[in-house]
Design a protein around this ligand. Sequence first.
Ligand code: AMP
Ligand code: MG
Length: 336
Amino acid sequence: METKKLKDDKNGIKTACEILKNGGIVAVPTETVYGLAANCYDEDAVKKIFKAKGRPQDNPLIVHICDMEMLKDIAREIPEIALKCAEKFWPGPFTMILPKTEKIGDCISPNLDTVAIRLPDNEITAEIIRQSGLPLAAPSANRSGSPSPTTPEHVWADLEGRIDAVVYSDECSVGVESTVVTFCEQPPRLLRPGGITPEQLRGVIPDIVLDKAVLAEPEKGKQVASPGMKYKHYAPKTESFLVEGESDAFSEFVNSKSDSVAICFKEDLEKIKIPTLCYGEAKSEETLAHSVFAALREVDEMGAKEVYIHAPTKTGIGLAVYNRLLRASGFKVITL
Ligand code: AMP
Ligand code: MG
């Protein structure tokens, strides 16, 4: 199929709405990563998302809304603590798992009585949802398994010819996906770290529980609370390793590697003699979140055999970056 390039202006928004109302799929900008959107009430349209991405059938989708009114059609029960979080973190990179209404079909969350919901902080996509009147089911707009897209060019590289249109807008400001919390149990549980940090969450939910899939490899064949966490994900084609250690130790270690690339911090750059990709400053986890997926995409263009990635701290949004890199490297961690 021919994929249209839409501008992030009045006309682009109007065309995106028409495509979505007619059962098409459109890549849209959000503050986290670009999403691949469909009308969440149109089963055939939602199925097109899975096909275009090559997404495993059992990996449920997040429904994106533009106001609290829309929430009522999607969530059957909304506990007080979830409302508090919505007030604090929406619009923003925060997703709530809640019991679903009968309006939410099996195609959104197969075999589950729950649904993931988010109110994104992006004017263009908010306007598309508002003008179409449709809550949008939208996973990341990449081929399943590859690094998430943070620019329209990333989306184009992965999905051109497989989807109806891409809204060309700015680079994503946050750069990693949303934080996913389930409110279907007491106390609520963090299933996937993301743009809202555990420290921020504890300000509203002091007793929040961290799911063990955040930092550990799920056991084979075991059920996981967030199905998306069991797949190899975000991975470059180049064989990847996550390396934990101080700047001097990391630099010395990678300098002994031939035919390899280092994805490193700004602070490491002058000590490293092999080819490098810098993904930000060690002390500023936000800069790492912003650039991590672009670096994972770029590394494949460098033609190296292996890539060694300097691990961030697990604090703040660093936990989300660490979680993505752990999966990108297939859980191969080297501790110096
Ligand atoms: P993506 O949109 O590709 O960033 O992935 C959405 C994430 O939310 C995946 O990790 C899913 O497994 C998770 N998710 C979506 N819906 C549910 C749900 N109803 N219950 C648990 N996890 C969910
Ligand atoms: Mg994804």
